[in-house]
Ligand binder design. Structure first.
Ligand SMILES: *Cc1c(COP(=O)(O)O)cnc(C)c1O
Length: 360
């Protein structure tokens, strides 16, 4: 069976060379005579894999030495609790920007452990834009400010990150980490579930500035304490070994392609091609404010549910799958992560054009 172009929001498409490489190493990884899944996480072979993954990520994101890189489990959703448990300590309160479904979840979880103050929200317009917040709107006494850098469901992203002064900025980057150049030094903590731009579900990457480690609330479970994992280099317990291995292969693939700047260039071209079509279409309509549009997740709607159903069905017949929009936005959504080839987006646009002509 031929591979399809998979526009899933997550778990999402992985680079084909990575899958082929993993397949070739399935029974015997690097002369060990075994699969990565069968290796001890304390073995030399696995040590090389996890160290390699960290090294590559540091290179790709230009992560300074005073930041730890952790490979954790529990998805980004566990970070909704782990961040407040570890960072609220200072003053027991944090500021949040509410820009979508995932922000809301982060806020409600933080409320269990302290005061979560919503500084701005775009809920008035179904989260279709990113509120601009001046520096003086943030509480200088807050322990941190939390944002969702890319709103996977609503298809928006920050083009400029808010200036929070001395208050550490924490970002859920699950759906746009490694998609464009980001200055890590602007953040106290970055976290991202792997299943969008990094690898398979089961790994969650945390990049944390060292001075923010070691201040967890007393009630923090050992496994939810960054200090536990920082001290043990993500090997306190058995980490998600196979996921980390695939992440390493993805990072290698990215480095081969020229790193984040080269990938960002292609991402912008892919997004532009799709948005240009949608903006000029009489049938399809984008749902996010132009200046805040995501280059990873592109939601759009059709005039009727029937047309949407037909479009999804015909797309599938053409090898273009997982294009159904999230129920909160409706319509369709094309997630065009790093691993989605340019040709995939080209084929999608060509298909949508044909569909538009046939349904005028
Ligand atoms: C997918 C996603 C999550 C949830 O990730 P899990 O790994 O399923 O917990 C959280 N935040 C954002 C921005 C996401 O895209």
């Amino acid at each position: 069976m031929a591979r399809v172009f998979n526009f899933s929001a997550g778990p999402a498409v992985l680079p084909e060379p990575v899958l082929k490489n993993a397949a070739a190493e399935m029974l015997d990884c690097n002369g060990s005579g075994m699969s990565v899944m069968e290796m001890s996480h304390r073995s030399k072979d696995f040590e090389a894999i996890i160290n390699g993954a960290e090294e590559h990520l540091r290179k790709l994101m230009n992560i300074p030495p005073n930041y730890k890189v952790l490979f954790l489990q529990g998805g980004a959703s566990s970070q909704f609790a782990m961040v407040p448990l570890n960072l609220l300590g200072k003053n027991g309160k944090a500021d949040f920007l509410n820009t979508g479904t995932w922000s809301k979840k982060a806020i409600s979880e933080a409320k269990r452990y302290g005061k979560a103050n919503v500084v701005a929200t775009s809920e008035d317009k179904n989260f279709s834009y990113i509120p601009k917040v001046a520096k003086d709107k943030f509480d200088p006494q807050a322990s941190y400010v939390h944002i969702t850098s890319n709103n996977t469901i609503e298809g928006t992203k920050y083009s400029v990150f808010p200036d929070t002064g001395a208050v550490p900025l924490v970002a859920d980057m699950s759906s746009n980490i490694l998609s464009e150049a980001m200055d890590v030094t602007k953040f106290g903590l970055i976290y991202a579930g792997a299943q969008k731009n990094i690898g398979p579900a089961g790994v969650c990457v945390v990049i944390i500035r060292e001075d923010l480690i070691g201040k967890a609330l007393d009630i923090t479970p050992t496994m939810f304490n960054y200090d536990t994992h920082a001290k043990e280099k993500s090997l306190y317990n058995t980490p998600p070994t196979y996921g980390i291995y695939i992440a390493k292969l993805v990072f290698e693939w990215m480095l081969e392609k020229g790193g984040v700047p080269a990938i960002e260039k292609i991402n912008r071209e892919k997004a532009k091609m799709l948005y240009d079509f949608i903006d000029n279409s009489s049938l399809f309509k984008g749902t996010a404010a132009k200046e805040d549009r995501s280059i990873m997740n592109v939601p759009f709607t059709l005039p009727t549910d029937e047309l949407t159903e037909n479009c999804l069905k015909e797309a599938k017949q053409n090898g273009l799958v997982q294009l159904k929009g999230h129920r909160s936005v409706g319509g369709m959504r094309a997630s065009i992560y790093n691993a989605m080839p340019f040709e995939g987006v080209k084929k999608l646009v060509d298909f949508l054009k044909k569909f538009e002509t046939a349904n005028k």
